[in-house]
Design a protein around this ligand. Structure first.
Ligand code: URA
Ligand code: CA
Length: 434
């Protein structure tokens, strides 16, 4: 088999065989195929597309390129949740204990943040002592004992995706539905859960800018899940503004705790309850979505979700007192209000710029070697549709270096657009595909 012929075939719009797909994935992962030929093939795929069969097989090959986690030692239906990425997405820290409190096991691998998007694993390190690296045996034991464990993704999970993603990133071939779907699903399949709920973000802050594209991505991932025997639900949700109000590691942890207490922001609360209910459905814990939502409400109101959070934090070596006493979490020494210079209604918020504001304060990584300042970030006080008077605070910055605030302030002013006319609040949950 020659890679040249495979590139030529896809360039002309033909379907690739399983053998050809496997040849490319194996060859690129083991280093026998060079970047330039795989780049050319990715560009051909970008223009010609792949059908369902090609996409599902590519996913399987990438999943099998490294370790396939075996979670069979954990009893019950394991349901994973994945977000296609966004700013201020605190949902996993709310969902993991909420779902575990219902008796549904949560065995989750999460990522670190890079660039303007935050990572769950970084946020969890806000709890003093919290260990995000557990040996596989301990990971499984923790889930069996406490119903929940969340760890950093191991190096050998879908290595083909790691290499191909890095190549796509520098060859303008990220934004292809088949390639994104295969990338995400390969990692989820290798991570070993029986069922998957996908949060497919749609809007200015997401890969998919339009509802049609986001639906297509959700449908593609649901079909891949079915094809490989994993029950999958895709929920298309809004990412035209950050989720919740907090952006920054310990600030988001506090927001997650408040949400588990029933005192969180409306959007984060609605989103996490909806995802919990869908996870309960996939785990056969409930029979209807309404029953799932009621169960989520009950676990929050009774304090059981909060108790599970404390148990989980302690089980991974973290200080469970910090769940009640926020002064034990990292914090920034200084605060500053960013006040509105005009009045009106918030018309739009460029999500990525808000993420960048938090990044320049030190909440994220400029490159892989950067060290995160867990206490810094910002709290937004105005979201799309809110009325704003001159001098109202748009956001509070929490910072540790005064030299960082100018750039953060510029990003925030640039992110907000105002209208004199009343603006509708955007819909948060667009559609569910199952
Ligand atoms: N997230 C991924 O893991 N892969 C993509 O291709 C896009 C988003
Ligand atoms: Ca948030």
């Amino acid at each position: 088999m020659r890679i040249y012929d495979i590139i030529e075939k896809k360039k002309l719009g033909s379907m690739l065989s399983h053998e050809e797909i496997q040849f490319v994935v194996e060859g690129y992962t083991n280093g026998s195929l060079p970047d330039y030929q795989v780049s050319a093939l990715l560009m051909a795929i970008y223009f010609q597309g792949m059908n369902d069969d090609e996409t599902a097989y590519l996913t399987e090959c990438m999943a099998r390129s490294g370790q396939m986690l075996d979670l069979s030692a954990i009893s019950g239906i394991k349901v994973d949740k994945h977000s296609t990425g966004g700013v201020g997405d605190t949902t996993t820290i709310v969902l993991a204990p909420l779902v575990a409190a219902a008796g549904v096991p949560v065995a989750k691998m999460s990522g670190r943040g890079l660039g303007h998007t935050g990572g769950t694993v970084d946020k969890l390190e806000s709890f003093p002592g919290f260990k995000v690296e557990l040996a596989l045996d301990d990971f499984i034991e923790n889930v069996n004992k406490h119903g929940v464990a969340v760890v950093g993704q191991t190096g050998n999970l879908a290595p083909a995706d790691k290499k191909i993603y890095a190549l796509r990133d520098v060859t303008a071939t990220v934004d292809n539905v088949s390639l994104i779907a295969a990338s995400i699903m390969s990692k989820k399949i290798a991570a070993g859960s029986n069922a998957i709920v996908l949060d497919v973000k749609c809007g200015s802050g997401a890969f998919m800018k339009t509802l049609d594209d986001a639906k297509m991505l959700a449908q593609t991932m649901v079909r891949i899940g079915k094809a490989v025997g994993r029950d999958t639900i895709g929920i298309v949700t809004d990412m035209n503004q950050p989720l919740g109000n907090a952006i920054g590691n310990s600030l988001e942890v506090i927001e997650a705790i408040e949400t588990l207490k029933g005192q969180g922001p409306e959007d984060l609360t609605l989103l996490t309850k909806t995802f919990a209910a869908n996870m309960f459905l996939l785990a056969h814990r409930v029979e209807t979505l309404a029953e799932g939502l009621a169960l989520a409400d009950e676990l929050i109101a009774s304090g059981k979700a909060m108790e599970k959070l404390a148990e989980w934090v302690a089980s991974q070596g973290g200080d469970a007192q910090a769940v009640k006493d926020y002064s034990l979490l990292p914090s920034a020494p200084y605060e500053m209000e960013i006040v509105a210079k005009e009045s009106g209604y918030v018309e739009s918020i460029e999500t990525e710029l808000i993420g960048k504001a938090a990044l320049v304060l030190g909440a994220g990584r400029e490159n892989k070697e950067s060290v995160i300042d867990l206490g810094v970030g910002l709290i937004m006080h105005k979201k799309i549709g809110d009325e704003v008077a001159l001098g109202d605070s748009l956001a509070t910055l929490y910072y540790s270096e005064a030299s960082h605030t100018d750039a953060a302030m510029r990003y925030i002013y640039e992110a907000y657009s105002f209208s004199k006319d009343r603006i509708e609040k955007p819909q948060l949950i667009y559609t569910t595909i199952s």
